[in-house]
Structure formats: C-alpha cells, structure tokens
Design a protein around this ligand. Sequence first.
Ligand code: HDD
Length: 714
Amino acid sequence: MAKKSDAQSKQADLARAVTPPGKAMTDNLGHPVSDDQNSLRAGPRGPTLLEDFLLREKIHHFDHERIPERVVHARGAAAHGYFELTTSLSQYTHAQVLNEVGVQTPVFVRFSTVAGSRGSADTARDVRGFAVRMYTQQGNWDIVGNNIPVFFIQDAIKFPDLIHSVKPEPHNEIPQAASAHDTFYDFISLTPESMHMLMWVHSDRAIPRSFDTMEGFGVHTFRLINAAGESHFVKFHWKPALGVHSLVWDEAQRIAGKDPDFHRRNMWETIEKGGTLEWELGVQVFTSEQALKWDFDVLDASKLVPEDLVPVQRIGKLVLNRNTENYFAETEQVAFMTTNIVPGIDFSDDPLLQGRNFSYLDTQLSRLGSPNWPELPINRPLVTVSNNQRDGHMRHTINPGRVSYFPNTLGGGLPAEVPASAGGFVSYPEQVSGPKLRIRADSFADHYGQARLFWNSMTPIEKEHIAHSLQFELSKVETRDIRVRMLDHLERINEVLASQVALALGEPPRSKQTAEPGGAGSADSAAEAALLAKATTPTTASGKLQRAKALSQEEGQPKSAKGRKVAILAADGVNAAQVKAVQAALEAKGAVGEVVGNHLGDLGDGVTATKTLGNTDAVLFDAVLVPGGAKSVQTLMRRGDAFAFLGEAFKHAKPVGALGEGVEVLTASEVGRLLRSGTPNAADKSGDAVGTLSQVGSAAVASGPAAAQLAEQG
Ligand code: HDD
C-alpha cells in the first residue's frame, strides 16, 4: 500500500494525460499549420476548396465535441484530493483502504444537482449528488451517494418514472431544474414511499450553503467482510468539518440569477487560494441480527438507521485540495459506478442498489460511446489492468502477443486469477432461496414513520422552512386533485404541517389546532413557529424513537468562520486602516473580506475593490460592513444600490455592521429604520436564516449599530 509520498506520485500518474500546449501548432495528425484563420479558397472571394483538410478537420472535431449529458446529475463540479484513514476497521473488513492508518489514497469527488440540465443553476432546490472515487491499491472504490441519507423509491424499477416526472415536462420542456410542477407531484402523490425523502427535500438540506457544508451519505446498507469471512452491515457517512449550513430559499432563488455557478465557484476559488474542503468518513456498523430487531428494514433505501440506534464512528478524513485541469476530460468523463467496490466490501440485497448496479455500467456506454471508457485517464485505476478484453471503439491499450484468452499455455497462463487468499475479490456467500415473485416485502410497508421522525426532530425554524417550501411548490401545481392528494399524505405525517400548507392552497385546515389565532396562514411567524414547535406526532418504523439525533442541522454543528465572505462596502477615500484591519482579522479566521467598491480597482491608500456595487449582490455574501472614511461615506450616501445591498443582507438575517463614519450609511438605510423601530433581525418572513453565518471574526468591527452581532459572533 502506498505511503503519503507514493500517493502523491500516483496522483501525478493520473495526471499523466495532461497535455501542455506545445510551441508549434499542428493539426490532430501532427502536420504543422501555417494559417489557422483563413480557409483555402479559389481566389480571394471564391468558394472554399474540398481539399482543405485543415478546415475540415477543425470543423469535424467541433461538430462532435458534445456527448450526451448525464440523464440525471447532469450539472456537477469536481475536485481531486485524498482520503486518509485514522482508525483501522480491520475488525470488520479486510479492504486495505480501511485497514492501513495514515495512508493517503487519491480521490476524485463530484458534486451535482439531480434534475437540472448541465447549464442550470447550482442553488436549485434539489438533492445533491456526492460521488466519491477512491483510487485504491485494490482498484477503484466509488461511493456514489447523495447529501440526503434516504431515497424517493424502494425499487430501481421505478427510477425511470421518478425521473420522467421530475424532469421538465415533455411537451414544453418546462420547468428547468425545479420539482414545483404537476408531473412530479402527480407521481409523488401516488408514491407514498417517497414521503420521508420528500420531507428532506423540503428542508434546508436541499439548498446547501456550499459543497463543504453538506453531509454525504452512501444511502444504502452495504456489507463489510473481514479476514475471517464474517459480514457486518455498514452505512457510510461524510461529515463536513464546517458543519451543515444552508441558504434560505429567497437567497437561493436570487443567487440562481446573480451567480448560477455559486457552489462550483466557491469550491474552485477555495482551492485556487490554497484552501481545502474537508469531511470525516463515518460508519455505522451493525449486524443482521441487530437489524432484524428494528421496526424498519435496512434493505429499504427510504429508511435511515437513526444515529441513536447505531452511533457514527469517525474513521478517516477526506480532503479536496486540487482543481481539475480540464472540466470535460475529468468532471464530464468520470464514470462513477456503484459496482466499483473492492475486496472486503460487498452489496446488500437492497433492491434499489441491485438495480443501480446494472444502471451505472449501462449508462456509461451511451455517455462515453465505447466499452473502452475505463481507459480514459480519470477512470483508469492506479493498479495495472490486465485481462483478455480486447478491441472495440477507441481502444488505446496496445496488447502485445497472440494470447487473448484464458486458460492458456501459450501465454504462460497469464494473466493469472488471484485466489481469495491472495486478495482476489470474492462475493459474500450469502444464503439465498425463495420463489420468484414481483413483490415488495411487508417490512418495506411503512411509508410515514420516518417522515414523522424527521419532522419531529426539526427545530421550530426548520419546521417553518419545510412548511413554506411545501406551500411554495404545491401552490405551483395546477391540478387541484394532485394538491389535495398531497395534503392527504402530509396529514399522515403531521396535521399541523398539513394545515399550514392547506391554508396556503386555499383548502380547509386538517386539524383543530390550526384554527387558533396566529395559526396557519398567519403572517405572525413567531406564533406560527410556536404552533409548529408543538406539533409532534407519534412515530412508527423509527426504532421506537420520537426524535432522532443528527437530523436537525441547527443542533450540534461545529461553528466556524472558515469559508465565509464579508462584503466591505467602500468608495474612493475609504478608511484604509480599517479595511485592512478587518480583512486581516477575517483572514486569520479563514474568512474573506472582499471590497465592493463604487468602481473596480484602486480606492486609495492601497485598498483595491475586486467587486463593484453594480456587478455583485448581497446574496453572494454572508455579512456586510461599511467602514469609515468621510469621502467614501459621502459617495455611498448617494448610492441607492449601497442601501439596497444593506437592506437585502439584513432581510436574510445576515450580520450588517459599520465603523466610524460608516455608521451614517447604516443609520440612513432601511436597517437603521428597522432597528430604530425595534424590529428584530430576520424581519422578512421568507428571509429568516438558519446558519447563514456562524461566525465572522474580529472585534475591529464592533462599533456600528448592528455590528454588535458581528463582534459577538466573532
Ligand atoms: Fe443514480 C448518476 C446517486 C439512484 C441511475 N446517481 C448518479 C450520480 C449520483 C447518483 C451522485 C452522479 C454521479 C456522477 O457524479 O457522475 N443515484 C444516486 C443515489 C441513488 C441513486 C444516492 C439512490 C440511493 N440512480 C439511482 C437509481 C438508478 C440510478 C435507482 C437507476 C436504476 N444515476 C443513475 C444513472 C446515472 C446516475 C442513470 C446518470 C449518469 C451516471 O449514472 O453516470 O446511471
């Protein structure tokens, strides 16, 4: 197994296919090109000649530059890094990558949205793909997971229906990257097994702040097999070092227009600046005997194993630290497969996983066009590939010799099979028998218990966000029968939730409680929150728990300023000392203070504006500060867009602050008016935030009216 330094050189191996631009221009077959800008024609104004092989080659290649985008998870961004094991799992598995502590294994991780096309926006309300490829010494291991631990359906045969329903409707290709439409809820309202997942996608999990504030989950139950051949079940988790944080829906929608690349840009810039994105690998290990005692089935992907029943052991860390060289060659051509597992890891009989095991291999052929796609640099394993597979479109490997079969004597019997004792892959010899039936096990029958568990585990503000999201999406469904069917399901999860949503849809409430003043439909968000907070429902299929740990993202999260961005509003003549002190204090905490100027470039005394009031927006930042400097403040006082910037940030419950003369701008803004009238932060009902800003650092920003918040948190 590779040591740290080896792992790095292996990464370089992977990058072997990187082609730096040469000095002399050639065509694809090496002929030197003297003129790349003019085609060959008969006379200066005459027709183009067919013999112009340079023109034909260039256009031919361009005409074929696109491959089909992924049928799901089309929009994605990826980065390289490593996985390092910190605690050996040798008791449970003989997989080398989970045995050897301190070894770094190269990884490639691709994050994605599910429904949107390749050109859609990062911040759509959607599940996020979280696909991890480890280039281990025993071949590639892919955990093709999501940022939500459960799934909409229990059987892979329903996947095409699910995806057809959520994708833009086929007659008019509307809406893009959105589930708020009739076909999706038509299908969902007829598919009760989706209710648990539906609660997650209406929660803040579906609008993450960044890739590195998302959890990742392998979703299915897998097996670990140890050296003695014993099997344990396992669930894989990725726990973000920064904790789980989200946008608010209003922000997410605005960001989709202001910067559709918000998430990928954030990852790209973090790494370009020398930073990293980090998670811990967690495992829940349990036996089949344990699992049989629970009132849900661990083979059912619409259920999770509550951390109260099986704690998550953290056994390693995942670090992303290198951007791609070429989006197409790496991010677009990477072919993840659930079947990429290594000796010591195996599948369970989860029917969703079993179906996925067919689908991922199959899809690569239509995406990448040849069975030789494993030869693409990003898909090549680190270990030497050796077998008797030959030929096919675009074969790169030149296999010498006359032998391409096994067994053989002419080739010395090589390549030879690897016995299990020497590390060859052997499937777990699970006993299976039974009649062939198209059937769903009775143990998969409860569809509401864990949906209730999730709801009951939310904090009041999280419940409010779920209710608002359902109101938003269902109010866009045009067919009343579908809306009513959805309310029937919601009622089985929680009556108060169903009533909240019902009133927004103009339907009668579903419980007596909501008839209380300040109940559903009321603009009084505090009363609404109080009502929702009371609303817990008994659960089933949840390990007999009423609430479960680690489902709420407001509770128990690490708090850090790392990765947060503070906009420093400034114009010519800004107080440079203040700006520099704040920037340095933020940098020391891993955050960024970016100067948003009245124009780009030099604002005097070494302060440089890298953004302008015209080209950026408050939704792209986590906090706003107005420093002093009389001339700068004079300019900002004449700028409506500076006031709008502050108001927008405040509306999304972000800290806003000012220093010195900057207080004048803050006081004159909508923020000042609201503060004087005693309105608390989060004034806008739709704009209240969960964890949009955990900490921004420095006592240097403590003198403005609302800046006290900054100081407290920093
Ligand atoms: Fe899938 C892509 C995750 C169910 C069929 N899936 C894909 C990707 C992720 C997931 C992260 C993108 C990989 C990348 O970045 O290239 N999929 C999941 C999870 C599921 C799931 C967590 C449920 C637990 N998927 C699922 C089912 C099927 C598929 C049930 C089919 C029966 N998924 C595919 C696919 C994709 C894919 C069509 C599209 C492109 C690709 O595979 O390479 O085969």
